[in-house]
Design a protein around this ligand. Sequence first.
Ligand code: GAP
Length: 448
Amino acid sequence: MKDNKEIISFLKVKGFVFPGSEIYGGLANSWDYGPLGALLKDNIKNLWKSFFIDQQPNTFHFDSSIMLNKKVWEVSGHLAKFVDPMIDCKECKIRYRADFFIEEHFEKNPDSMSFEEMSELIHSMDCPSCKKNNWTDVRIFNLMFKFDNSKLGEGDEIYLRPETAQGIFINFLNIINSINPKLPFGIGQVGKAFRNEVTPGNFIFRTKEFEQLELEYFTTKNGEEVAFDHYIGLIDIFLEKVGLSKNNFRKQDIAKESLAHYSSRTIDYEYNFPFGWGELLGLANRRQFDLSIHSGSKLGMRDSQTNEFIVPSVIETSFGVERLFYAIISEAYTKEDVDGEERIVLKLPFKIAPYKAAVTPLTNKLDNEAQTLFNELLEQEIGPITYVTSGSIGKRYRKQDAIGTPFVITYDFDALEDNSVTIRHRDTMKQARVLIKDIKTYILNNAK
Ligand code: GAP
């Protein structure tokens, strides 16, 4: 298993992820994405959009608001059911998720337990933190952030969305009436979601503010199973594309009693994070649940095959961007021994690497020529590239390896004569001589 602390510190030093509000003493469990992290995060989102939306037939983009009418959450069931059980130690004031606590300390499944049973079990044990036994009872805690939307600060409460999906469901008729899609079709969106988690933590794994990549696939009732299996196939391909190896993720069919209120079947994909196994994404059969409950009457459309008016079923794929980011980094972070020296390489796939290439002059005397080449390459739209000068050439290579740059282009004295440069590959460290006019083609042909 890779060292979690080492990875978190590496991500800070290299400009990927910084602790939130650090100069004011921090804000627990909040994180900011630095220049490299922001690029990586965008690349992950773009790859998801391109694979799950642009490359799939009959699949469209969406971008809904974070703030929705509070009726959405009353009707969707989130106000009543989007809750976690919690328990507090009255002595040291530590708050625990009661279900997690029972799983961890009693190795029992809490899903079928009443709150009384949970309380009784937890009360039989001392608080692991202060070793005293003075608990509250187990009670529920709604995960939605509530805030006041009125000018005078009175009444008019609304909630920050805890999932992006509802923004798609409540727009169902607008989508049908504007672009007239035929079943089956998909609507995907990327956006922020907020949850007042009882126990946030594990770095960027569980935070109160995060981003989701959600795809709602509308199909007929008879088409539910086929669509579900189809998305299992697509998810497997996507996870491979972002560089996650098969032995680091597993699929868990969620037991009936643990399903979310809207789902009849859910598969959680778990990843072997540096802190242990954790949910990376969920694939759920939301059936007709959402479209049946909104708007008082059913949201539906004509099935073009039968001409019947139907309420479509929904198969949902839901990824968390930060969890994907964390999994991708953990998988890519590699240490190698090169001639007795340690080399850190971030073996990121080309498509998600923050910089696609770095340009560097062999010596500072060639700075002008190398800068000119860099400016020319910027215009060729290879993707973000960087210009580096400080340190020996060996150190420059190592720095680029560590931030995952797949190619380093070195401008040397021979370039003045032969109009060629040396291109070094990050993973193999092999070098090739390439004509300046062919750099873009060479990079794109060798991108992995
Ligand atoms: N619309 C369905 C839905 O929201 P979910 O299993 O609650 O389902 C989907 O969330 C995904 O969102 C999770 O698999 C995870 O990747 C991400 N996610 C959920 N809560 C999160 C949190 N507090 N911090 C980071 N990511 C989270």
